[in-house]
Design a protein around this ligand. Structure first.
Ligand SMILES: Nc1ncnc2c1ncn2[C@@H]1O[C@H](COP(=O)(O)OP(=O)(O)OP(=O)(O)O)[C@@H](O)[C@H]1O
Length: 240
């Protein structure tokens, strides 16, 4: 987990766009368990500027390019759930198999929830039109961007922490936006650097679905109903 975190922090650090703690060392503890050592950033008390956060995040997405496609050099974790990052040249296949598909299988295994599994699989088979007309380049994503992982330093510059990095569609970064409190000024400045792609609004819930499914698998039933209602909404929209 810490190796994945350090590789993610390093990749974000290398983009020289948004402030992240520089990782120094990871390893096993003689007493069992492991450690990560990273730069200490004195976090301020203000929430910082949403405008600056949006711009810096977009700059990171723009600068963090991948020659290997979608994925990451290691698997990492989203919460405590494994996040599979096997490289793929096709975003749609990657997201279908390693994001939605993986979480659906987990729900089936963990809760024997065949209802969410089957409907989710039906959505995967029918969701292609949501991606029509979009050119998707792999961008470096923080991967778990919610308010608990966003702060600002003593100069009020934004800082992001505790990532679950991979190279993916930039819009997938907003999958945790339901816990992030991003406002209009955040999105406006983000889209000035990374222009909004056609169909963005129709894919928003799809990217949230991955995280709702993960919350369902981690914390249980309430999140299952939220995930199911997103799936039902899409099945209706796609007439699937
Ligand atoms: N490099 C750092 N410099 C200063 N403070 C930090 C740094 N890294 C983490 N923190 C502080 O510690 C808190 C928890 O860090 P982090 O989210 O990485 O740990 P965690 O064990 O994954 O916690 P959680 O499970 O609550 O997300 C952060 O919200 C932040 O306040």
């Amino acid at each position: 987990m810490f190796e994945g975190e350090a590789l993610g922090l390093n990749a974000m650090y290398a983009t020289k766009s948004i402030r992240v703690p520089k990782p120094y060392k990871v390893g096993p503890l003689p007493t069992g368990g492991s450690y990560i050592i990273m730069e200490f950033i004195k976090l301020g008390f203000s929430r910082g500027s949403q405008t600056v956060l949006g711009r810096r995040l977009a700059e990171m997405h723009k600068a963090g390019k991948s020659e290997k496609g979608f994925g990451f050099d290691v698997d990492n974790t989203i919460g405590s759930t494994p996040q599979i990052n096997t490289w793929s040249s096709d975003w749609f296949e990657f997201f279908a198999e390693h994001r939605l598909g993986y979480q659906l299988k987990l729900a089936l295994k963990q809760y024997a929830d065949s209802s969410i599994y089957e409907k989710g699989q039906r959505l995967i088979k029918n969701m292609r039109p949501l991606f029509e007309g979009v050119v998707i380049e792999p961008c470096l994503l923080h991967g778990d961007l919610w308010s608990g992982n966003i702060g600002c330093d003593e100069n009020d510059d934004p800082v992001i922490l505790d990532p679950a990095c991979y190279y993916g569609h930039n819009e997938a970064e907003f999958g945790m936006s339901w816990c992030a409190g991003f406002g209009g000024s955040f999105y406006n400045s983000y889209f000035e650097v990374m222009p909004k792609q056609p169909g963005f609004e129709n894919r928003r819930d799809l990217y949230k679905l991955y995280h709702y499914l993960n919350h369902y698998n981690l914390f249980g039933s309430g999140y299952g109903s939220s995930a199911m209602s997103i799936i039902n909404g899409y099945l209706q929209m796609l007439k699937a």
